[in-house]
Design a protein around this ligand. Structure first.
Ligand SMILES: [Zn+2]
Length: 84
């Protein structure tokens, strides 16, 4: 993943899938992750990545999950946390 400030992050798809911010994966009230990371297949990959407006990316994952909307802010946050 390449950012406009020139930094480059390498993220495993599995990690990114685990950071899905949708209501099915994260409890809206507590912010806790509902999704069990162990259930994500190692072979997970995005089948589609479509921009949503100019603020987010919508992923369609190979496990059929497609409700996650990753804002750029969220993506950057995920990348930073992964690399630090
Ligand atoms: Zn999700």
């Amino acid at each position: 993943m390449h950012w406009s400030d020139g930094s480059l992050f390498k993220l495993p798809f599995k990690y990114l899938r685990g950071e899905c911010p949708c209501a099915a994966c994260i409890d809206e009230w507590t912010g806790r992750r509902i999704l069990d990371l162990d259930t994500i297949p190692e072979s997970i990959q995005p089948e589609q990545m479509a921009p949503s407006g100019n603020y987010a990316l919508k992923f369609t994952w190979s496990d059929g999950h497609s409700s996650g909307l990753y804002t750029w802010d969220h993506l950057l946050d995920v990348c930073r946390r992964h690399t630090s």
